[in-house]
Design a protein around this ligand. Sequence first.
Ligand SMILES: Nc1ncnc2c1ncn2[C@@H]1O[C@H](COP(=O)(O)OP(=O)(O)OP(=O)(O)O)[C@@H](O)[C@H]1O
Length: 310
Amino acid sequence: MTNAVDLEQLSCHFGNVKALNQLDLALPQGEILGLLGHNGAGKSTAMKLILGILSPSSGQVRVFGEDPRGPDSGRLRFQLGYLPENVSFYDNLSGREVLAYFARLKRVSPGEVDRLLTRVGLDHAARRRVRTYSKGMRQRLGLAQALLGEPRLLLLDEPTAGLDPMATRDVYSTIDELRARGTAVIVSSHVLPGIEKHVDRVAILGRGRLLAEGTIEALRSHAELPLTIRIRQSDWAQRPGADLHPAIQDVITETDNSLAIRVRTEDKLPVLNKLLSLPGLEDVTVEPPTLESLYAHFDTQLNSEEAQHA
Ligand SMILES: Nc1ncnc2c1ncn2[C@@H]1O[C@H](COP(=O)(O)OP(=O)(O)OP(=O)(O)O)[C@@H](O)[C@H]1O
């Protein structure tokens, strides 16, 4: 089956700024990809190249096997949905009017407008002017606009930026529904927590370059980052130190009665066994390396590679 997206050696430069630098990336149909990276890493530029809004400086973009700026791009465009980073609408129109307007542009049946407003939880405010909408309501309207016409590929640029936890959860549950329907999705974020359960793979960008790509599990094991065991103990008569077990890499005091201990994943069980015998133990939690620590790891790796080549 043709991939939803194929990027080959894709570069996009704005004057001296290399917004994207020789990016290779493939997205099979029906897969959810998290596009992660710091501000200015090149996430929005990659999306605009996929949409055909920008033209590459070099390299190739294929969307369902076609050039998004080629002669058939008009037809291709109807299969794509896009939620831009800073969504803005005609403030004097109601949410329903805005969506009906986009439905006409996308040649989507007007019947879909009300269905989508309900789906994103905006039916109660459908007749209110967009000017009165909160940030979360605007984002929901943006999502409804992106979902018009049941796109085969959806590009969501920072869809949870500025949203409260409930609204964020709703965005991710929409992504879960899309996955169940076989829609390919690229969702960008620089806010890493929360995204991991909802994506099949992540691609980490840094200064326009692909730092790492794969399942979060694969990236974790490649980076060989330690996991953190947190313990709370009422009785510090035997306060554990690094000498408790040879596999302990680090012990950090967090509060008067809690410690964070770092160990390699494969040393987890022997260290846990040792910890469980401590007197006064009240609680133990085990936390795998976070996406933030992965990001920092691959970014540092790129920095040191660049320093070597400088
Ligand atoms: N039209 C443009 N003209 C000049 N420079 C641009 C343009 N668009 C993007 N850039 C630059 O390209 C780089 C990548 O920007 P891009 O918006 O793709 O990053 P991003 O990862 O989406 O960042 P953010 O998380 O802040 O949205 C940045 O240095 C940005 O300033």
